[in-house]
Design a protein around this ligand. Sequence first.
Ligand SMILES: [Zn+2]
Length: 256
Amino acid sequence: MLDLPVADDWFVTRDVGDGVTLVTEPHVHPLLRCNVWHIRGRDTDVVVDTSLGLRPLRHLVERELAHGLLAVATHAHSDHIGGMWEFPDRAVHAAEAAELATSGGVTLDPAIYGEGVLGPYRDAGYDIPALLVDAVPEGGLAAAVLPRAAAPATRLLTDGDVVDLGDRVFEVLHLPGHSPGSIGLWEAAAGVLFSGDALYDGPLLDELDGSDVEAYVDTMRRLRELPARVVHAGHEASFDRTRLIELCDAYLDRRT
Ligand SMILES: [Zn+2]
């Protein structure tokens, strides 16, 4: 068992407006602290990403059994798909469906992640501790490597697909670069973008297995033109269009 303090509440939730709730894990290091977004719709709710899977998540986002609830993985990195198995309806981009269909694990020991992950965080001034959590949930954690069940997608998404919640619709944007099947969900009517790891206000990672800098450059050019009012990202705090343009430009300056 990991010898760390036990956190009273593992997940913290916060209403961010537009019928959206953020679910996050304050005791997880930012590098692995995935934002989980619960979007409420008339017929169906959507949960965007499902965290590390250290604790069950579904009860936090499930309103009624009869109400639809689709779990969408913005991509299949282990910090985003840990809870996918809890949800009967699961969607991911076709390019990362195989990851979801295979069991795996998540590792809380930073050593495993290598310089492609740790370097950009270290360069940005983040401390990298010996373990990427500073507490454990009630019941503890057995080890620094935790298993993840296979959770094959029940729906494959591709660019231009529509996720319809009844009273609001999201367009699927294929945003490769960070990973081959990275997607965003774009609600044009409200100007709300869920960007996954394609764009967040922190060290962006484009030197991972499956990363593609050329594709990422195209993704940044596309995102820069999006008339987003607010961006809810895969990590870190949400931001507005001004910051969206700054972040895209910073990447384009660095890589073009
Ligand atoms: Zn990722």
